[in-house]
Design a protein around this ligand. Structure first.
Ligand code: MLC
Ligand code: AMP
Length: 474
């Protein structure tokens, strides 16, 4: 089945039931969503978009953005969600690779960049300010049709588009619907961006599949989340660990206990934070583990102990094992993506000979079978739930006149999980400061990728093959 086919089953009944809220639209009902997405699909069709065309979606969370997303899927377009903090070069890579025919964006700078990069692309705001036109017959899709290109660097190399089919995304949403006892009466406070798997594939798609409702916030603050939970009688909150750190610092933290379930993921939730939230708010946060390529994989149990420092057990439908030599987490299942967009070699490398997807994460099972992630085989820094690929930042810093050699690592940090850290061998007589490096990256890399710490060193430790041995830094 396709996502719209599954969702429209809900829309066909209880049409006046509230489904989505944002600050400007207020509540819209199931019936409104069905009507508005049909009208929006008509406008996209009238503008010449056809099944299989790619459409970039990048904007703050809103009902309009959800309508554009659902309309695109109903028409069979392939949605390419992109982080709005990306700079021109980062956007150019995705535009060149995905070859989108349209982009729905709310950043005026992006409108200019897109006009320069690819003037043939149709650019619209999330309101889809296009001419009205009749929609063709919608929702004519199979589970194998691609629905999303999720850009990620995977375990190595440049960002590539993970092709997620309708079937993958349905399996991903269905597994957490079952595991977390999601029901139509649930109401999610959704303060995550809709351009990553956590907010989009779990928060939004789970809500639509279940026929539940969600309060969309266009950014995160502890008070906005707690206000929304109270004002709308919410039952669920999903967040990255940085959000939970900030909630734990709020004097209102005990208000989290009004929620039925708080889920954390996208980066490791420190065991100590898990305990503190338990004590301060009587909340047993449920930690789970996922990836762009696989949607959700592993979750602590809804019933039973939610064990701090672990991610729990494989979700329904997910097969998981550890590679005997390295302990790398390997997975299989209907949730696992169809391959990287136009990159057969990268796709082949990502799977072993028996079709298991290599996650690049290292794990071990504790005595009761809870999975503990104990590191990564891939080079990756996760800051505030956002992935930073060291190679990309290193390459951009090498062109600084004061940088002779550089390595990027992550330094553990209570608020951000990891802080992007630069280890620089300076050019004699031209030692750069942290601010110099950061401004060198302005306009090149999104701000969340900029180093927050700088260490000056005489040389980088390298192995016999010349590869930097980052584990020896620090
Ligand atoms: C913002 N900044 C960050 C940052 N987010 N810096 C490092 N890491 C981040 N994640 C920068 C801003 O550019 C700004 O820089 C400064 O921090 C202050 O911004 P802020 O107002 O404090 O940040 P805020 O808007 O509060 O954002 C923090 C955040 C956000 C945690 C709410 O980063 C966020 O929404 N993260 C969630 C990302 C996510 O959805 N991940 C899921 C990936 S899917 P300056 O220089 O201008 O001051 C996935 C799969 C899975 O991983 O398993 O889920
Ligand atoms: P992304 O490529 O953005 O989807 O990020 C996926 C990566 O985030 C995974 O491969 C893990 O390294 C990491 N991740 C997700 N959830 C968790 C978690 N609960 N604990 C530790 N790491 C996590």
């Amino acid at each position: 089945m396709s996502l719209p086919a599954a969702w429209s089953k809900c829309w066909a009944s209880q049409t006046s039931k509230p489904t989505l809220w944002d600050a400007s639209a207020g509540w819209i009902s199931r019936g409104d969503l069905a009507r508005r997405t049909k009208a929006a699909a008509g406008r996209l069709f009238g503008a010449g978009l056809r099944k299989g065309d790619r459409i970039i979606l990048s904007a703050a969370a809103s009902v309009d953005l959800v309508v554009a997303h659902v309309a695109a899927l109903r028409l069979g377009l392939i949605v390419v969600p992109v982080n709005g903090a990306y700079q021109q070069g980062e956007l150019a890579h995705i535009v060149g690779d995905a070859e989108p025919r349209a982009a729905v964006v709310d950043n005026p700078q992006w409108v200019r960049w897109l006009a320069e990069l690819a003037p043939e692309i149709l650019v619209a705001s999330p309101r889809l300010d296009l001419d009205d036109a009749a929609a063709p017959s919608l929702d004519q899709l199979s589970s194998r049709d691609p629905a999303l290109l999720g850009y990620t660097s995977g375990t190595t190399g440049v960002p590539k588009g993970a092709v997620l089919t309708h079937g993958n995304l349905l399996a991903g949403a269905e597994s957490v619907r079952i595991a977390w006892r999601w029901t139509p009466d649930d109401r999610l406070v959704l303060a995550l961006p809709l351009f990553h798997m956590h907010g989009l594939g779990v928060g939004l798609h789970g809500t639509l599949l279940t026929g539940a409702s969600a309060v969309l916030l266009d950014g995160f603050s502890a008070s906005a989340v707690l206000d929304a939970a109270e004002a709308h009688d919410a039952t669920l909150f999903f967040g990255v660990p940085t959000m939970y750190t900030r909630l734990a610092q709020s004097h209102r933290v005990s208000e989290l206990s009004r929620l039925r379930l708080c889920v954390a993921g996208s980066a490791a939730l420190p065991a100590d934070l898990h305990r503190r939230l338990g004590e301060a708010a009587d909340v047993r946060v449920l930690e789970r583990y996922g990836m762009t390529e696989t949607i959700m994989l592993v979750s602590n149990p809804y019933d039973g102990e939610r064990r701090a420092g672990t991610v729990g057990f494989p979700l329904p439908g997910v097969e998981l094992r550890l590679a005997p030599d390295s302990g790398e987490v390997l997975v299989r299942g209907p949730n696992v993506f169809a391959g990287y967009w136009r990159r057969p070699e990268a796709t082949e490398e990502a799977f072993d000979e028996d079709g298991w997807f290599r996650t690049g994460d290292l794990g071990e099972f504790d005595e009761e079978g809870y999975l503990r992630l104990r590191g990564r085989a891939k080079e990756l820094v996760i800051s505030g739930g956002l992935n930073v690929y060291p190679r990309e930042v290193e390459d951009a810093l090498r062109s600084h006149s004061g940088v002779d050699d550089v390595a990027i690592t992550g330094t553990p940090d209570e608020e951000w999980g990891e802080l992007v850290t630069a280890w620089v061998v300076p050019v004699a007589g031209n030692t750069p400061k942290l601010e110099d490096l950061r401004s060198h990256l302005d306009g090149v890399c999104a701000p969340f990728k900029h180093p927050r710490l700088l260490h000056l060193i005489d040389e980088l430790p390298r192995n016999a093959l010349g590869k930097a041995q980052k584990h020896l830094l620090g």
